[in-house]
Design a protein around this ligand. Structure first.
Ligand SMILES: NC(=O)c1ccc[n+]([C@@H]2O[C@H](COP(=O)([O-])OP(=O)(O)OC[C@H]3O[C@@H](n4cnc5c(N)ncnc54)[C@H](O)[C@@H]3O)[C@@H](O)[C@H]2O)c1
Length: 361
């Protein structure tokens, strides 16, 4: 394997992959030599380069992990797929739906695995919540909300919404089994660095399930929390809790079904314990990398494939449009049939006819 980008997150990929007996890292590529020095100190046997072509031409590289800034994902993933490599690209898969679909179709056409690093779907805590919902123990899901706040770290290519909200959108889509129908979002540039550093996002999922996500780089209170509220239970995932990362409140409120008139309308209040289920202690990034390796080896479709990544980007595009219009509620675009699509203009001026997946000069 090759790893592209070994900054804050990429070096974790290098560590995790070098611990997996099923994989071997042949080469790490970063455009910053000082990052390669750090990799060289910690992993002295790995070949290092600042040149993408050198990484792709290194013998025995079947698959590439891309952990570079979001705005570089599309171009790098495209080059890797064109070189016949399987790709695990960090979230978000790309900055536009057209780019995400282009990568996904290319990977499919060439029989390559394309996976997106939506790490929380490989987090045993999130899997536990999904199990509760699937077993019907939450009852009817009413709403979901998430908070992801801290003081930075500030990115220089995307705003706080693009940096943080893809985590929660991927979690919500997974827990609720689909993407939202509409969004409404506001953002603010309180740190005045030219990008939104605070965002409040409302999402409307099918069956009237509403969601809310609060993200910030400018909040001195560090929170990583996802909450699911249903008629029978409320489940809280607190990623920072040292022991009880998931707490299940066996409490809920629901209308009494038999009521026939407003006068008879009553609420059924269910009261019970607060339990903290045992959660497997495996590292989410390791689970994610193992899943990628297994998909490459066995030719399986990843849980977080290109289409799942595309769904997240589709929501983010709608969020961008809503932020521009100060929170106007907007439909998340429906699937466009290939026959109705306009030709996609690739960043370097080439026209790609998406129906036949070829690049034309
Ligand atoms: N899944 C998660 O939980 C999670 C957590 C953190 C970050 N991320 C994602 O990981 C990615 C990287 O984040 P980070 O915090 O490590 O950023 P970072 O800025 O610390 O590191 C990015 C690295 O990529 C290198 N780079 C840039 N362009 C390159 C190129 N063309 N070729 C090779 N290297 C290049 C930079 O020199 C830098 O060292 C982002 O997409 C981010 O959204 C995901």
């Amino acid at each position: 394997m090759a790893v592209l980008g070994c900054g804050y997150w990429g070096i974790n990929h290098v560590r995790v992959l070098s611990e997996l007996p099923q994989a071997r890292i042949q080469v790490v590529c970063d455009t910053r030599p000082e990052r390669l020095d750090e990799v060289g100190r910690r992993f002295p046997t790995i070949r290092l380069t600042t040149q993408l072509e050198e990484a792709l031409n290194t013998p025995d590289v079947d698959a590439v992990v891309i952990s570079t800034p979001a705005t570089t994902h599309y171009a790098l993933a495209l080059r890797c797929l064109n070189a016949g490599k399987h790709v695990l690209v960090e979230k978000p898969i790309s900055k536009t739906v057209l780019e995400a679909e282009d990568l996904t179709r290319r990977a499919e056409a060439r029989g390559l695995v394309l996976m997106v690093g939506h790490t929380f779907l490989y987090n045993p805590a999130v899997r536990t919540i999904k199990d509760y919902i699937q077993r019907g123990e939450v009852g009817r899901v009413y709403f979901v909300y998430a908070r992801r706040t801290n003081m930075g770290p500030i990115r220089h290519d995307v705003n706080a919404l693009w940096d943080l909200a893809p985590h929660d959108i991927s979690i919500f889509n997974y827990l609720l089994g689909g993407k939202p129908e509409w969004v409404s979002a506001v953002g603010a540039k309180v740190l005045r660095n030219g990008r939104e550093d605070v965002g409040f996002i409302s999402l409307g999922y099918p069956s009237n399930v509403v969601g809310h996500i609060q993200v910030s780089w400018a909040d001195a209170y560090k929170v990583r929390e996802v909450v699911v509220v249903g008629s029978d239970r409320r489940i809280v995932f607190n990623d920072f809790h040292p022991v009880e990362r998931v707490r299940v409140f066996e409490k809920g409120v629901a209308p009494v079904e038999e009521a026939t008139s407003f006068d008879e309308y009553q609420l059924r209040i269910r009261d019970g314990d607060i339990v903290s289920p045992a959660i497997e202690t495996s590292e989410p990034l390791k689970n994610q990398c193992l899943h990628f390796v297994e998909c490459v080896r066995d030719g399986k479709r990843p849980l977080t494939d290109g289409w799942a990544g595309r769904d997240v980007v589709q929501v983010m595009e709608a969020i961008d449009r809503s932020v521009e219009r100060r929170g106007a509620p907007l439909e998340v675009a429906h699937e466009i049939q290939p026959a109705q699509e306009k030709p996609y203009v690739a960043p370097r001026g080439k026209v790609i006819d998406k129906r036949i997946n070829t690049v034309m000069p």
